[in-house]
Unconditional design. Structure first.
Length: 357
């Protein structure tokens, strides 16, 4: 007895539907796993970032014939010891003014609402209130309460301890671990070695360049706020520094914070001058500092950067936004090198057999 055979279009549709369901299920499970492992993944990403940033110091010590363990120990702890006092002082003063910053930003939003609502306004008062309330909710989420800040501090300290231990071993044994990985990739070892070198160069350029740009941004905007008499320049400068590690969106958000504080404390005139200062600093960064410092090492379209930052934020919050772009840039460089090797292999002519006579 023969079984009825489904028509070819139906079978094709079933195969495509099944494949689609499998892919969606895999993405869902991968997302759940990524969320659960987010602290570990972020610690690994931070370790790679710091290793790329500090590797020149480690390499310089090795050229002086220092043992690997001692050079790694100095590389990990000397910069931390040098930066601990100023960072703690700035953080302590900024944390003490956190409530003032939240209050100033809230007043800035309320004053902006009052300026928007008026004769001939395009938005109704109800629409403006809805937007303002939503912005206040987001603002309170970005600036946590003291209890949340204490919990966050403990989590950060635990993660920092893990990162320091990992960083020591990556600096000391990283080259050996990478050579072991390359030797176990079989016929693809040349491709893996070149892709890894390109990815490491990209990460190193991004880490050092972004750190320098963030410092210049924070200094420029902080000085502008001091000259304009805007309150809370230190917390706003710290926010600007960390925001510079989130391309495009970070500068926009931190600039908006500075303008809102200026609007609340000094009025529309100083707020406009603050906005002008923020725009000048960002234009200098984008048109002068980025090409000069980065040297075109990060080949990512702005759309790709926005998608990466959004995906990182959705997956792991603010920390995900910090690591999204360097991870994307590293993956892009590695995939580009692998694709070039594959294309060259396909283009190579097949070896000809020797003629027999």
């Amino acid at each position: 007895m023969s079984h009825p055979v489904l028509p070819r279009p139906v079978r094709t549709a079933v195969v495509w539907a099944g494949s689609f369901i499998i892919v969606l299920t895999g993405l869902y499970l991968a997302g759940r796993l990524a969320v659960r492992l987010a602290p570990l993944a972020l610690a690994l990403a931070a370790t790679a970032f710091l290793a790329a940033l500090l590797h020149p110091l480690y390499r310089w010590q090795r050229r002086l014939h220092l043992p690997g363990a001692l050079a790694a120990l100095i590389t990990v702890f000397v910069p931390i010891a040098a930066l601990t006092v100023p960072v703690l002082l700035a953080w302590q003063r900024g944390a003490a003014q956190l409530d003032d910053l939240t209050a100033q930003l809230t007043r800035g939003l309320q004053r902006l609402r009052d300026l928007i609502i008026g004769p001939g306004a395009l938005l109704s008062e109800r629409q403006v209130d809805t937007v303002t309330n939503e912005a206040l909710i987001r603002l309170r989420q970005l600036l946590p309460s003291p209890v949340a800040s204490a919990r966050l501090t403990l989590e950060v300290l635990a993660a920092l301890l893990l990162v320091l231990v990992l960083l020591f071993f990556v600096l000391k044994d990283g080259p050996g671990m990478w050579r072991w990985t390359v030797t176990h990739t079989g016929s693809r070892r040349d491709t893996v070695a070149e892709a890894g070198a390109a990815a490491w160069t990209t990460l190193s350029s991004y880490a050092r360049g972004t750190a320098v740009i963030a410092l210049i941004d924070a200094t420029g905007i902080g000085l502008a706020l001091v000259l304009l008499g805007v309150p809370l320049p230190i917390p706003l400068a710290l926010i600007t520094f960390f925001g510079a590690f989130v391309p495009i969106l970070g500068a926009t958000v931190t600039g908006a914070f500075a303008v809102l504080v200026a609007l609340a404390a000094r009025g529309p005139g100083i707020a406009l001058l603050t906005l002008a200062a923020v725009i000048v600093v960002q234009q200098v960064e984008g048109n002068l500092l980025q090409p000069l410092i980065m040297r075109h090492q990060i080949h990512l379209h702005p759309v790709v950067i926005l998608i990466a930052v959004t995906a990182g934020t959705l997956a792991a919050g603010v920390a995900g936004a910090f690591v999204a772009v360097p991870l994307t840039a590293v993956a892009y460089q590695g995939i580009t090198v692998a694709h070039r090797h594959t294309r060259n292999e396909r283009a190579e002519p097949a070896p000809q057999e020797p003629a027999t006579g």
